[in-house]
Design a protein around this ligand. Sequence first.
Ligand code: HEC
Ligand code: HEC
Length: 376
Amino acid sequence: MNKRQNEVFVWPLCTRIIHWMIALSFITSFITAFFHSLFKWHLAFGWIFGIVLIYRLVWGIVGPNYATFKTFKLSFAELRYYFVEKVQNRWRKIHAGHNAASSWFTIIVLCFGLEIVLSGLLLQGTQEASGPFCFLNNDFFKASTFLFYVHEYGAYILVAWAFIHISGVLVEQFYHKTNMAFAMVTGYKRAEGEDTVVSIWHHLFAYSVIAISIGMLYTIVYDEKSYLTHERFAKIDYAAENEAYAQKCGKCHKPYPPFMLPSASWTLLMDGLSNHFGEAISDRNITQSEQESIRAYLASRSAETSSRKLAFKTLDSLGTMHPISMSKVPYWRAAHEDIDRSVYKRPSIKEASNCFACHEGFEFGILDNTHIHIPQ
Ligand code: HEC
Ligand code: HEC
């Protein structure tokens, strides 16, 4: 016996909460992807999206009746019938569970969603050298270009699907007048069928997933030492690696990380010290033997030897060029194109080449998204 006449209780509260968590975690991770400073939030919402999708997979097997995959209508004939009936019979009666379109939609969200989450985690590991897959950075950083496209296009496709889903719900709401838009708010659908029965185990499972998701948000955003965001690369101590480099090349500006430029650029730079960006550096400033030591050091740590994102993106964008300034690197230009030229003229920055002003810790080789702050 149903609790309400003409309506079926289809979605218990936990299902509704998780439905909105799937939607919101996807939207927020999509939006935060466009802002470097929100990178941790991007990771956090991406994780939550992944957790609730896996929950949905398990729920599809052990969940209450209307949620299970075995009630899904996945044959082509059912999908066709769904659309034919939709066009021919505006006042058709609907079944309480998933219709053919929403069955397919759920499957697509699960497939693309998990693909986006997995490629994102692998991308974080290979490209940013952080998180649980950071060990892949050394051998597989070249795969990150591919992973990036898989991740990005997957996300755009899912956004498009989300719009199709929303349009479908609006058609149900305003054309067929089945009040579908509110089913995920009240839990009741104007349809045929029995009220759903949810066991204590279902509740326990669903609410633990909700609690884990909230914990995840906290761990990623506020825990500096979290395993989910830890960096593979420690701070580089240039003085320990090559004292002459740290002392002499760090005199007028902080030492630039050698993995920033290819070895041909460093050779050119070392050959041209007599006119180093307007400064005349001679063996009176840096002795010949120090110069040789620095030259060998820079070559041994150049971009070609590194699996850092900056190194391989720079090499990738340079082709056969080997400039001695980052401002000539197309990748650098693209990464900074949104920054107004006048920003570099601020007294706290002075020059675009003063990477250290905006990339906190750059003199230790640190260059991750969470350490970018433009000073006023
Ligand atoms: C006498 C001061 C001085 C010393 C010593 C010095 N530099 Fe510089 N360096 C400069 C100036 C000035 C610039 C130009 C910065 C600018 O355009 O704002 C510069 C720029 C650079 C840049 C270009 C950064 C970019 O991407 O635009 C690199 C790389 C660099 N120096 C490396 C070195 C190395 C390696 C050494 C040691 C061999 C060294 N510098 C020693 C003054 C110095
Ligand atoms: C005025 C501040 C400022 C200066 C100076 C600056 N950057 Fe940046 N940099 C930024 C900002 C802001 C971003 C992020 C841009 C965005 O939101 O896409 C960025 C992004 C980058 C990125 C891309 C990071 C990523 O993960 O995609 C690299 C690499 C980088 N900067 C290197 C450098 C180097 C090397 C220098 C010095 C030659 C430098 N930057 C100078 C502010 C600055």
